[in-house]
Design a protein around this ligand. Structure first.
Ligand code: F0G
Length: 455
């Protein structure tokens, strides 16, 4: 059959409150044209993030009831630890309340001024946690990863030639080598198993631990199965184990590929490093058998990890993104190719060439998507990256709008609706105007900046 059906039935529903175009014009104006300022019940299709927005399964809901809330030594922790270790065979598993907490704890020990941490592309919380310690976060993704139209199957790959030069020059300044799978900040693009192994071998050649940011590990493993020669006959679980077998640790947000609404972990093999971070964990997150989470959350993660490696789910997941991207391309809406796992990234620079980067074409498009169809997305362009610490403003390398897909939440008719909204936008796109910022905070302006349309 050509139709890939949602591999689940719906047992509990959450109503969407319908709104009119006129109402949405008022809502977005009173949010100062910043979509983070909307009340989420004024949104019809919420594609702001795939983080913490997944639908839980019946088995996960049942696991919540079985959660044990003991402060220390809870059976929920041991179920969580066993589920994590069955996919990621690291020695020490430290739960945290979300992914950035794992990053903060890790870099409180590994960071510091004059240190440099290479990765394919650091996600912004990883970068911020590294920089907060005075260290530098360095991105070394392959050249193809910067080109939205390049069809390379693994555009998240590390440029290993650059990494080798970097390690040879930077020497003792490098505390570890990192790798983000899939590469969220680079368009949700996967990394090949061969590249993971090569990167690990280079890190080890220079005596550095190799740490994977594994947020979307299952999607990455499924892309390896689909696209990497020799991997097609293997089960995703086996590929996951291979990806992590060469690593010395991982950071994880369970809000992505563990189907949880909250949670994360830091995993490590090194006893000494684990002891240092455990002390930090107790200080900021909690006792090491709950790490900032309720027992019920640990149980939801344990069950979610069993479900995320289901290949029927992953086929539906990856196909949803490519289905929307293909239909948008047919309408003349350019997207980052090939489509990634968790999101569709629209190339707003190419779609709206009449809006200059400093009038924020991505923001203009995101606002139009909300007004036209109640769709909430996220600008990833000059609004997010254009303001520099010295106060200057420069266009970002790409002007993207990310439509992130919550897991198991929306159906094919929601996907068709999204495409239909773009039909209207594409017809009238020449009438869209840019935006002006009327107020912005000193840091992370995309969350709270105020805008007005340029008339
Ligand atoms: N690493 C990656 C690759 C991420 O995508 C995220 C979060 C984190 C780390 C941090 O995890 O949110 O649990 O603290 N990404 C979300 C997003 C926020 O919308 O892409 P967290």
């Amino acid at each position: 059959m050509r139709t890939i059906i949602e591999p689940f039935r719906i047992k509990v529903v959450e109503p969407i409150r319908m709104t009119t175009r006129d109402e949405r014009e008022c809502f977005v104006a009173s949010a100062d044209y910043n979509l983070f300022g909307l009340h989420s019940d004024d949104v019809l299709i919420d594609l702001l993030t795939d983080s913490g927005t997944s639908a839980m399964s019946a088995a996960q809901q049942a696991a919540l009831i079985g959660g044990d809330e003991s402060y220390a030594g809870s059976p929920s922790f041991f179920r969580f630890e066993a589920a994590v270790k069955s996919l990621f065979p690291f020695k020490h598993i430290l739960p945290t309340h979300q992914g950035r907490a794992a990053e903060a704890i890790l870099f409180s020990v590994l960071g510091g001024s004059h240190r440099q941490v290479p990765s394919n592309t650091h996600f912004d919380t990883t970068r911020a946690n590294i920089e907060a310690t005075g260290a530098e976060a360095v991105d070394l993704v392959i050249e193809e990863g910067h080109d939205p139209d390049n069809l390379h199957p693994f555009k998240g790959n590390m440029d290993t030639a650059k990494l080798e030069r970097f390690l040879a020059n930077a020497g003792d300044a490098v505390p570890c080598v990192m790798m983000t799978v899939t590469n969220n900040a680079g368009g949700g693009q996967p990394v090949s198993l061969a590249n993971i192994r090569e990167t690990a071998a280079l890190a080890h050649k220079y005596g550095k631990p190799f740490i994977i940011d594994g947020c979307r590990f299952a999607e990455n493993a499924y892309f390896i199965k689909l696209r990497e020669p020799g991997q097609e006959g293997r089960h995703v679980e086996a590929i996951v184990r291979d990806m992590f077998a060469v690593a010395d640790g991982m950071t994880m947000s369970a809000k992505k590929d563990a189907f949880a609404n909250i949670g994360g972990w830091l995993a490590l093999n090194d006893d000494h490093l684990a002891q240092s971070v455990r002390e930090r964990l107790i200080l900021t997150e909690g006792f090491p058998t709950y790490g900032g989470l309720a027992g019920r959350d640990l149980d939801a993660i344990a069950q979610g990890l069993k479900e995320i490696v289901d290949e029927d789910y992953l086929a539906y997941r990856i196909r949803t993104a490519s289905y929307i991207a293909e239909r948008l391309e047919k309408l003349g809406v350019p997207t980052v190719k090939p489509s990634g796992g968790h999101a569709i990234f629209i190339n707003a620079k190419k779609f709206l060439p009449h809006i200059p980067p400093l009038e924020y074409p991505g923001q203009a498009l995101a606002v139009a998507m909300y007004i036209e169809g109640g769709i909430r997305s996220c600008e990833i362009g000059t609004v997010m990256f254009g303001r520099h610490p010295d106060g200057s403003e420069h266009p970002a390398p790409m002007e993207l709008v990310r439509m992130a897909l919550p897991r198991r939440v929306y159906t094919q008719s929601h996907a068709d609706y999204i495409v239909e909204v773009f039909e209207t936008i594409a017809k009238n796109k020449d009438k869209l105007t840019g935006m002006r910022i009327t107020w912005e905070p000193e840091r992370m302006r995309h969350f709270s900046a105020k805008f007005e349309p340029i008339s």
